[in-house]
Design a binder for this molecule. Structure first.
Ligand SMILES: [Zn+2]
Length: 434
């Protein structure tokens, strides 16, 4: 589509001056909206350490094929105005060892930002660990299997495949999706609000909440799966975040307290308290609006919603973008993966402890803490769907209004130029007549 626009501008058709002017203005608008301040970039991907997106997804497919009793794989697709996206989702559920109680549902997403390759490597290793093909320090495979029996886990190993392809094609500093939108700003909680330090290149939130098919797919997945624990995995620093990202506070009440204590425990056990812990908005130094984790907690009512930042090199040069977000030596690469995979297993154990069932005294009934933290019944789900339909309608209206405004400006421009042309003609006639 981009090529067609430029061809239209460079070789305007005489029959369609309106179209050429429209294309020119549209391109200028796109340029203004997206900005031109792309970060410096002179680093390339060390493919001796990292998988390409194709090879990583192929390896996952093969792994799933080896364990059909534990894994299921599906590809979810979406599109918006000619832009297509697809997301691979792997479900772990040990069907042959059903335990006689409801399972805790976990949704994990990696690679929402294209340049954060290390996160997708953690996803791959974690999937290997789930089926005993890789090990975790201090835990044998039987113990891990016993822990995992309590869960259904959905893993999105690469949320932003189109953005990742751009990174692999040489734009190693790009965090956005395939058409320049930051997927972690495209959700509806406090969408579109811009801070003073807003960077239009890095943080463009899209034309409206859920304008991007990747965000639409993830929302659909979250609403249908209804997870108890959500983790969005990023890199750029070492941190264990919880809501909120759009304000400098954590959720009040029991849920906030439990989330904070889980994160502090993880920090103590695996990271020697080096990670920042707390609300994203309160700890990272800036507020972020329209983030996935805020939606998961506030709207999708996921009782435990987290954002993990698993690696960052603050000493890396601004020119070496890859290095800022990903380890480049083998030892650090493997250490980061091992450390975070182990932390995930601890998170699962904490999930059983904090969310698992407890027998009420004097009663046969087992009660589950998540029932008290989040009541996501059909009524709530319908409310979420209705709200989403409303948001989409508002977004469409906004788009039509923009188009209407642009057309009006163009028509006025054409009208004015025609009037001045006629005036000029009349003046010439008068002069010639004199
Ligand atoms: Zn990120």
């Amino acid at each position: 589509m981009g090529e067609a626009i430029w061809l239209g501008i460079l070789f305007p058709s005489r029959r369609k001056p309106f179209l050429s002017i429209f294309l020119l203005l549209y391109s200028l608008l796109l340029f203004c909206v997206h900005g031109s301040s792309s970060p410096l970039n002179d680093s390339s991907i060390p493919f001796h350490l990292y998988h390409s997106s194709d090879s990583l997804l192929r390896e996952i497919e093969t792994l799933v094929g080896r364990h059909p009793d534990k894994f299921h794989i599906e590809t979810m697709r979406g599109s918006n105005r000619g832009y297509l996206a697809e997301i691979v989702v792997v479900t772990y559920n040990h069907s042959q060892r059903q335990i006689n109680k409801p399972k805790i549902r976990i949704l994990l997403s990696f690679g929402q930002h294209g340049r954060e390759l290390i996160t997708t490597e953690v996803a791959l290793q974690l999937l290997h660990i789930f089926v005993g093909e890789r090990s975790v320090p201090y835990l044998d495979s039987q113990s891990i299997e016993n822990i995992l029996d309590n869960f259904i886990i959905k893993v999105v190993p690469m949320e932003n495949l189109n953005g990742r392809k751009l990174v692999e094609a040489g734009d190693s500093c790009d965090r956005r999706n395939g058409r320049g939108v930051d997927l972690n700003r495209n959700w509806s909680v406090d969408w579109g609000k811009k801070e003073k330090d807003y960077d239009p290149y890095e943080e463009y939130p899209g034309s409206g909440p859920f304008s991007e098919p990747e965000a639409q797919i993830m929302r659909k997945l979250a609403v249908s799966f209804n997870p108890h624990i959500w983790v969005s995995v990023h890199s750029g620093m070492e941190a264990l975040f919880m809501p909120y990202d759009h304000k400098n506070t954590i959720p009040a009440g029991l849920a906030g307290h439990i989330m904070k204590s889980i994160l502090e425990n993880l920090n103590l056990r695996h990271f020697q308290r080096k990670c920042l812990v707390g609300s994203g908005g309160g700890s990272v130094g800036y507020l972020a609006h329209g983030t996935t984790t805020d939606y998961m907690y506030d709207i999708a009512k996921v009782p435990m919603a987290f954002t993990f930042e698993i690696y960052g090199d603050a000493s890396a040069s601004q020119k070496d973008c890859f290095r800022m977000f990903n380890p480049i030596d083998k030892t650090t690469f493997q250490t980061v993966i091992d450390k975070w995979c182990t932390a995930f297993i601890t998170l699962f154990e904490e999930g059983i402890k904090r969310l698992g069932g407890a027998q009420l005294s004097g009663s046969d009934k087992t009660t589950y803490l998540w029932d008290h933290l989040s009541v996501v019944d059909n009524d709530s789900k319908n409310k979420v769907r209705n709200r989403d339909v409303f948001e989409l309608a508002v977004q469409e209206l906004r788009n039509y209004f923009r188009l209407f405004f642009l057309s009006t400006v163009l028509l006025m421009f054409m009208f004015c130029s025609r009037i001045s042309k006629n005036k000029f003609k009349d003046m010439n006639l008068t002069l010639n007549g004199a």
